[in-house]
Write a new protein. Structure first.
Length: 311
């Protein structure tokens, strides 16, 4: 009898596996990468991703344009009023009550393996319960270092839900200016695009790739103004958000209101609507989108955004 049962299980397993592809999520972040500048700098690998993506280069950081709050918005799905990260010190934060999406995924799908690769160490304060963690300070080639390991991980490991963070674009912005006309900034954006291409190649080289559905999300914490950020100019608020992958149909979300606004002009939250940015995606849409893809109910997390799938 026991042998018979074992046989039944053995015979039926392949059909169960075929029934639904395994769902995998990769979030790729590039610090300080303004939406308008990314749109205009040639980035062939990212362009390829947008062929099957819901995406916008008119997306907005509708919170504080500093890394701590920006990444907290992206990873928790709530704004600073809730996560209470208002700067890079993370003092008196409320992240314990607003878990990052890797923790949420782990809670609902315990066998999922989560991982974070990053070069800005405070990312580890937000993503603080990953199964795998590779952190190295961005100075001295940090991005290239974690990139190598992230590539191997995505190629060879279960990699169910993964975050890869790059910091070099932001460093170039601070040193030389956050503008496509600045060669150092331009060069780092091009390098980021190569990194993206490598990660996609790693995924496509997985032996199990044909049995997997991938959602690949790309975004940034803030843009820039001159050699800084933290204020409310359009340049600082303007981010990009790309949700690409096997189940996604091409859709570019563009600002339809053509009221002129220069990158250096002030864009306080109360003026978002006036300039047509109120309907553009924001950072807090990322978590609801990922949970939607994984069919995890979002109701209990009091999220501030909405899923972009289907938009
Ligand atoms: Zn910065």
């Amino acid at each position: 009898m026991r042998i018979f049962l074992a046989l039944v299980v053995l015979l039926s397993t392949p059909y169960l596996v075929l029934a639904q592809n395994a769902k995998k999520v990769l979030f790729i972040g590039s610090d300080g990468t303004t939406g308008s500048e990314l749109r205009d700098i040639p980035t062939p690998n990212i362009d390829l991703l947008t062929e099957d993506a819901i995406y916008s280069y008119d997306a907005i950081n509708n919170g504080i344009t500093i890394s701590g709050p920006g990444w907290s918005n992206l990873f928790t799905g709530v704004l600073d009023k809730k996560h209470k990260v208002v700067g890079n010190s993370f003092e008196k934060n409320n992240l314990a009550n607003h878990p990052d999406f890797l923790q949420i995924i782990k809670k609902h799908i315990p066998h999922y393996e989560t991982a974070a690769f990053y070069t800005w160490l405070p990312i580890g304060i937000i993503l603080n319960e990953t199964d795998t963690r590779v952190a190295r300070r961005y100075a001295h080639g940090g991005d290239a270092f974690v990139h190598q390991i992230a590539q191997d991980y995505l190629r060879n490991e279960p990699a169910d839900a993964t975050v890869v963070y790059y910091g070099d674009v932001d460093i170039a912005g601070h040193n030389f200016g956050f503008y496509k006309e600045v060669p150092e900034y331009y060069r780092e954006v091009v390098q980021f695009d190569r990194y993206v291409g490598d990660l996609v190649d790693a995924i496509n080289a997985r032996p199990t790739r044909s049995k997997e559905d991938w959602l690949i999300v790309l975004s940034t914490d803030h843009g820039g103004h001159k050699t800084g950020h933290g204020g409310e100019t359009l340049g600082e608020r303007n981010i990009f958000l790309i949700v690409a992958g096997d189940p996604v149909r091409h859709s570019e979300l563009r600002r339809t209101n053509h009221r002129k606004l220069k990158m250096d002009d002030q864009l306080p939250l109360k003026r978002l609507k006036r300039y047509g940015f109120d309907t553009m995606p924001t950072q807090v849409d990322v978590v609801p989108t990922i949970l939607d893809f994984l069919e995890i109910p979002a109701d209990s997390y009091d999220l501030d955004g909405a899923s972009l799938l289907g938009r």
